[in-house]
Design a protein around this ligand. Structure first.
Ligand code: IPM
Ligand code: MN
Length: 352
């Protein structure tokens, strides 16, 4: 009998529960095949619960979630709830409370998937963004004065701690070593303008780099990073960056890898409880239609198994995704896959 993993499943809002269900389907297939057990517990955190109860997260949420080995999340974001409430109250709260200080976002173009970048193929688009996930502009530092008056002042500060920056950079170097591809880490920053924050990042980067003589270093400003991601994505292996830049460049990354339908990510606390999610939103307009692409959620499930140490199972899921996109799907876009949400889940689960 293999190991047992306790997984908290948060379907969330909109199409979140649908894609999470397909992820769970594939997880179960992998558990059968690779001889481990899953103890799944559903959590109803999200917009509907908020509208019913008036609370975004119950007081014991963090305590309950930390009883699990990992969290599997569908999507957060409800059309009837003002933007920001659920995102900050659930997603960001959990990232912070569980100290998930890494947001790991692979950008991989699978064979036969369309990329908007002319003349680039799977051999060119294969890198990963290590986004700092608990600090920067997301820390919530700042405030407003004289709100609603002509003298209004709004300040939003970027918090960068040596500890937070260094652990993120170190994770990136370790990851480049583990990936064992180009063995290169690119720091994405803005040292020419944000001379306080990225001075800290730059110094930490080159100091940590000394511990990794086998890994090449590279630096690009964030604007240039956007340019190179489109022009020469093959230059990248591991990109490390702050929270805000990481948020922006990973949506660009999702587009060059074929869209939100396939983009997965992990909110990782290497010493604690990590949370895996498709990086696209809840896409409420597609809710209940069985047309949303579940592959990003399935990819998140794959990352979760890899993180838990089930690397064989993770590889089997990755290969199954590759096969499904190469041989079966017409497109990765919702409603154009040639299959429904559940059928895509069946295909991947069957291939596993
Ligand atoms: C993401 C999302 C979130 C973020 C939002 C929903 C708060 O865009 O995971 O990238 O900005 O981090
Ligand atoms: Mn984002």
């Amino acid at each position: 009998m293999g190991k047992t993993y306790k997984i908290a499943v948060m379907g969330g809002d909109g199409t979140g529960p649908e894609v999470a269900a397909e992820g769970v389907k594939v997880l179960k297939a992998a558990a059968d095949k690779f001889n481990f057990n899953l103890e799944l517990t559903d959590f109803d955190y999200g917009g509907d619960r908020y509208m019913r109860t008036g609370e975004v997260l119950p007081d014991n949420a963090v305590e309950e979630l930390t009883k699990h080995d990992a969290i599997f999340l569908g999507a957060i974001g409800h059309p009837d709830v003002k933007p920001g409430i659920l995102e900050k109250g659930i997603l960001l709260s959990l990232r912070f409370a569980l100290d998930q200080y890494i947001n790991l976002r692979p950008v991989i173009l699978y064979p036969n998937v369309d990329t908007p970048i002319k003349d680039k193929g799977p051999e060119d688009i294969d890198f990963v963004v290590v986004r700092e996930n608990t600090e920067g502009l997301y820390a919530g530092a700042g405030g407003v004065l004289k709100k609603g008056t002509p003298d209004e002042v709004a300040i939003q500060e970027s918090i960068n701690t040596r500890k937070g920056v260094e652990r993120c950079i170190r994770f990136a170097f370790e990851y480049a070593r583990k990936r064992n591809k180009r063995k290169q880490v690119t720091l994405c920053g803005k040292t020419n303008v944000l001379t306080f924050a990225f001075d800290l990042w730059e110094r930490a980067f080159y100091e940590v780099a000394k511990e990794y003589p086998d890994i090449k270093t590279d630096y690009a400003h964030v604007d240039a990073t956007c340019m190179w991601m489109v022009k020469n994505p093959e230059w990248f292996d591991v990109i490390v960056t702050d929270n805000m830049f990481g948020d922006i460049i990973t949506d660009l990354g999702a587009m060059i890898q074929g869209g939100m339908g396939i983009a997965a990510g992990g909110n990782i606390n290497p010493e604690g409880v990590s949370m895996f999610e498709p990086i696209g939103g809840s896409a409420p307009k597609y809710t209940g239609k069985n047309i949303i692409n579940p592959l990003a959620a399935i990819g998140a499930a794959q990352m979760m198994l890899d993180h838990l140490g089930e690397s064989e199972a993770a590889l089997a899921i990755e290969n199954a995704i590759r096969w499904v996109v190469a041989e079966k799907l017409d497109s990765l876009s919702a409603g154009k896959m040639g299959y429904g949400t559940r059928e895509v889940g069946d295909l991947v689960a069957g291939a596993v």
